[in-house]
Design a protein around this ligand. Sequence first.
Ligand SMILES: Cc1ncc(COP(=O)(O)O)c(C=O)c1O
Length: 517
Amino acid sequence: MREIEKLKNKVAELQNKLEKAEKVLEENYYLSDAAVQNPYMFTLPENGMPAKTVKTQIENNHELDFNFKLNTSSYVNVSFEKEENEIALMGLRVNLADQTVYPSSYKMHDSVVNMIANLWHCPKPADFDEYGVFAGAGTVGSTEACLLAGLALKFRWRKWFAKRNNLTEDNVMGERPNLVISSCYQAAWEKLFKYMDIEPRLISPSSSSFKIQAEQISDLVDDHTIGVVCIMGNHYGGQYDPVNEINSIVEEINREHDFQVGIHVDAASGGFIAPFQDDLPPWDFRLPNVLSISASGHKYGESVCGTGWVIWRERKDLSEHVAISVTYLGGKADSYTLNFSRPASGVYVQYYKLLRYGLSGYRQVCDNMMANAQHIRKSLSEMTVNGQARFVILDDGPRNCLPVVTAMLNPECDFTYDDIDLQHVLSQHHWYVSGYKMGIIDPITEEYRALFSDQDKDKTMFRIVVKNNLTRNMANNLIDSFKAAFELLDFVDFSSIHGANTSLLRHKDQKRLTNHC
Ligand SMILES: Cc1ncc(COP(=O)(O)O)c(C=O)c1O
């Protein structure tokens, strides 16, 4: 008997030890086998792992990314207050598509739509009281917003074209409509061209402006044109297309040819910057031919990644073409999104930010970012080598554009390196500054072609997107990193590195490089 007791005690002792050992393993990833396993699983593991182990694994994978606060190539907001993190998590459990179950969350969505529509001077549509909300929607970033806006224009055109030519709408299905836009479009529009079978009519701006000139649209608009897109802050250099002037030309064209062409403003980045720039000519719904505007809530809207907004001037013959009517709790509502279920986090954080900042807060943040961008711009333009400026500044300067510094190495300096080499050397200082070629893959021919009317497609440039997290101290560190980078770049002869093979590689990289958003 005593032997059995002794054995039992021994087993309990061992069990205790085992539990302790397991706890140590659970608490310390580096004492477990996980530390020697490939974390990128190919098949599901047979058994689950302790929460702490998986979390550590994800944290370690995440560490291998670039530091998001030093990533100057992306427009997406990365700084959040503690309360924002908390409400973002709360929103993850709410499916916004379920308007019946989450009517109060959906009211916050509508409230955001109303605040943004007012910010962009949208006139109240005739049916406002029936809906209690402007015609608009929260989307997953600007891409979904652009797709919805493009589709509404396409269906509006289809109806108009059928009526004008005495055709049934079915007959018109065989007609390929077109959209006029700058070659500085972001990849979101390439999706519209490809997925929705719309011909892009591209205008290549000059590298001295990055903007389309209003009169350039005249030759491209015809009776198959669903609309003209004006980009309020192209992602390359942050310049604004002249919406005001394009509005006048569109009006003339419509009058002369009895067309119905309208404007969509792609204000992905400028939608929350332009309203706070006082001496900017009207660019929004104050212009009668502006039919819709979209913006990324997650860029200068300061919300979380995955937030976008689109507002239409009215429902009638516009947003109604892409609306699915839903009734909830006896009310009437439209669903505009391309997919259905989605978390409420973006809406929650957007609502939080609009209330937390107010107009004065957004203005202050905008002023700060423009000032820090100007500080970087000025410092770069003062850098010289052998008495010559190192850079040609390509952006629009300190006013009426996005807080972005875009430049190219001065071709007159005959450097052996280019802006992409500069990107790579800067990355040794932990900064991600994207350099890219001045070319795009043509959305129709798939050929690599020039982005600008006056620059070779293989020339390079770079951009620094200034966001709220890029404070003056960090800006000074970035400037010092540029200086340090040149100590290496000037010392090495890059001509041999730019041989045939590497240029092939760089061409392959091109699509990735220009798609930063
Ligand atoms: C002008 C423009 N349109 C559309 C987009 C796509 O935005 P998102 O990444 O929010 O889908 C971007 C992204 O940078 C952009 O700059």
